[in-house]
Unconditional design. Structure first.
Ligand code: A3P
Length: 347
């Protein structure tokens, strides 16, 4: 047996081999990310980096029973997922802004199907991760939260469901795209790095405490949870002609929201009027979403929250420019050129 094979402790239904990141490598990562309570894992092919709790849910996620009326919002972290979740749900279920459900928590209306991988196996029953979803308690009264709050909520949600994931297309059953519509959002890697750096400092479950250039090294080497970004984007980009896949750039949403909403309206088949689309645009604007707040900030580090903002940080396309030194920008430009060599042009 090859030495490398000895580290593989499981093969998933998707065919991916699971390797644990432990020992010295994990210790070094944990120094920079003290919030990681468990080990990380790497999946091959793809070299996907995830939390080891993923192995508990992976086959159920792969075999998830999708329905033809489902819409999946799929992105690498920090590409504008939350914004797009709210846009898609509002277009489908609340275009006149008169649905009282619209006032409930976004995570309950648009479950993050892989969120359960962030909950350690030994989390106490009163952990906010296990107890914060009123929809789970209502729709799954007899279910054990340890079997996945958001996975079971996704199963129980009535049609038409809108579901969020940060997992790549490659980790789902190949029939996914032939069954459901997928909205895939991408963002300029420099903006993603700045936003993910903030996120990783803000939330104690990650707890990163280094500067941006150190974080960028993790990002470019594919060593952050849900990495590698370039493989994530490539998997969707290569299927961009599929009629059930709709690609959006965050920067396009920012530049001309009505144009993007009209494109989405055609893709989703929602047949909304311009008046309705204008309402959706206003309702999902950065300021309105920030004012409505999302529960996430209750998990945030108070210091980072106060000094640099919460989950709704800046909401801009070019904010990264003020954070990058010319050297870091040059390094990242070279990296983007090398890794995103499949025809994509970021904005
Ligand atoms: P910044 O950190 O650059 O501000 P995700 O939802 O994938 O985690 O992405 C979060 C990023 O999207 C954050 O970027 C956040 O501020 C931004 N965002 C969230 N809601 C938004 C909105 N309605 N309009 C514009 N940007 C939004």
């Amino acid at each position: 047996m090859e030495e490398e094979d000895l580290r593989v402790y499981m093969v998933l239904k998707s065919g991916h081999k699971v390797e644990v990141v432990d020992g010295e490598e994990m210790e070094a990562i944990r120094k920079d990310f003290p919030g990681y309570k468990t080990n990380l894992i790497r999946l091959t092919p793809g070299r996907w980096l995830l939390l080891d709790r993923y192995t508990h849910f992976a086959n159920r996620l792969y075999d998830f029973k999708w329905r033809s009326s489902d819409v999946v919002v799929m992105t690498y972290p920090k590409c504008g997922t939350t914004w797009t979740q709210e846009i898609v749900w509002t277009m489908r279920k609340n275009p006149d802004l008169d649905n009282p459900e619209g006032a409930t928590t976004l995570l309950d209306r648009v479950p993050f199907i892989d969120f359960d991988i962030f909950v350690p196996e030994d989390a106490p029953a009163d952990s906010p991760f296990l107890s914060m979803s009123p929809a789970f308690r209502k729709l799954c009264p007899d279910a054990d939260p340890k079997d996945g709050v958001y996975l079971q909520l996704s199963e129980a949600l009535p049609d038409p469901r809108t579901i969020k994931t940060h997992l790549s297309l490659s980790l789902f059953h190949p029939s996914l795209l032939d069954t459901v519509k997928v909205v895939y959002v991408m963002r300029n890697p420099k903006a993603v790095a700045v936003s993910y750096h903030h996120h990783s400092r803000l939330f104690s479950e990650v707890g990163f405490h280094g500067p941006l250039d150190k974080f960028v090294k993790y990002f470019t080497e594919g060593n952050l949870v849900y990495d590698p970004y370039w493989v994530h984007v490539k998997a969707a980009w290569e299927l961009r002609e599929h009629p059930n896949l709709h690609l959006i750039f965050y920067e396009d949403l920012k530049a001309d929201i009505m144009r993007e909403l009209r494109r989405l309206d055609t893709f989703l088949g929602t047949h909304l009027s311009d008046t309705q689309l204008a309402k959706v645009a206003e309702h999902t604007s950065f300021n309105q979403m920030k004012a409505r707040r999302i529960d996430y900030d209750s998990f945030a580090s108070p210091e980072v929250l106060q000094s640099e903002g919460g989950f709704f940080r800046k909401g801009e396309s070019n904010d990264w420019q003020s954070k990058f030194t010319p050297e870091l920008e040059a390094d990242m430009d070279a990296w983007v050129k090398e890794k995103f060599d499949f025809g994509i042009q970021f904005k």
